[in-house]
Design a binder for this molecule. Sequence first.
Ligand code: AMP
Length: 446
Amino acid sequence: MTLGNVGSHIFFMTEKQIDTGRFDDLGIKKNFLEILKNKGFEKPTPIQHQVIPGALEGKDVVGIAQTGTGKTLAYGIPLIQLLSSQKGQGLILVPTRELAQQVADALKQIGGSLGLRIAVIIGGVSSRPQIKDLRNNPHIVIATPGRLDDLMEQRQYRLDKVSVLILDEADRMLDVGFLPQIKRIFKLAPANKQTMLFSATMPSSISSLASAFMKMPLRIEIAPQGTSAENVEQEVFVVSKPDKMRLLYSLLKTYREDTILIFSRTKHGAKRITRDINDAGHTVTEIHSNRTQGQRKASLEGFSRGRFRIMVATDIAARGIDVKQISLVINFDLPDNSEDYVHRIGRTGRAGRSGKAISFVTPSEKMDIRKIERLIRKTLPILDLPIIAREPVSNFVPDRGVPTSRQNFGGQRRRGQGQSQGQNQGRRRNFRRDRQYGRSQARGER
Ligand code: AMP
């Protein structure tokens, strides 16, 4: 249901209020409808319901929608249908390598049987195979702006064939400093192209970009700006920094059946958390900018296939993570800005499932929680710390009944002696790590 129709092209709606009808009513061709049905997509999501008809008519679109709303296919379906019946090329710009790969997978899933050729152009890996893919005249190029700009400089890629330009997660592209490259791409691409821009938030920098480079865009907003996923239950613990790890151990025990994504503010923090919970016997992997592209891919795959129950991530690296079974997001550290909170919790409760988000807040960060509450227009419940979280860390580590690698190589200990030493070592180690963690946080490394 449309709540308001301001001007001729603006719709405001929330997911719950819309009857999203059927894919058959949106102007999608029969053979494509068949493919969607075979892939198990029964009904359009609200953003798909609103975007697809206008996009198929060639209109420019500004979509305000979080990840998890089905926005990839909202632009992917019209893009593939348009390119199957007319000349031209689709160019999709995304902020991260992971999102590029994820978009490619989503589009191959529905366009693969139609012979769709896709080139994925991302940094961190050799450009040679990418140049080869570009020479193969792909229907769609999915790129991070940095590498695409490099290849344009090297005259390996030209924009003259681009008939549809899509910016996905535009707010994040601006956050990571891609505005100059994006402006350059807008200026060099053919003037008569169709443009679609998707963003979770609409800061003034994005509105200005849209008004400078787009033609009367159809503006579609799914859930008011900044609203966090409706089906995510959110909770807060106020906890001092040295106690965060104990609280985490305790939660990992309580939520032992869940698939968990943990956010750290810095890459050093992410490493440390990963190492500690691995020591405590959990299956865990990490994703941040200190890992190579190959490692990031392996982590993501291992996490989505269930080899790792837990993944620890920084904000930038986590963009594009679409693992449906994530049932719990833990904010070990609060993000730098409130918008990132919305992105983080959007990693759970995807595609209509319910999810939970738990945030650790130090006493000095209480104001940050107020800011988040203002943005999401909700009060977050503050829970009492579980008793167990006040126990020494060493109480958690031997709990698994499987020896840690250190215990394995350390030989047998006499019982009483080993336990007290272990506890003391645990406390000291914990203290040291907390101090290191504090230092890397102060350096602000991701
Ligand atoms: P996105 O917001 O594009 O990242 O999509 C989130 C998830 O929703 C993806 O796993 C999609 O496969 C899934 N999805 C997209 N469209 C639909 C649909 N119409 N019905 C069910 N699931 C969908």
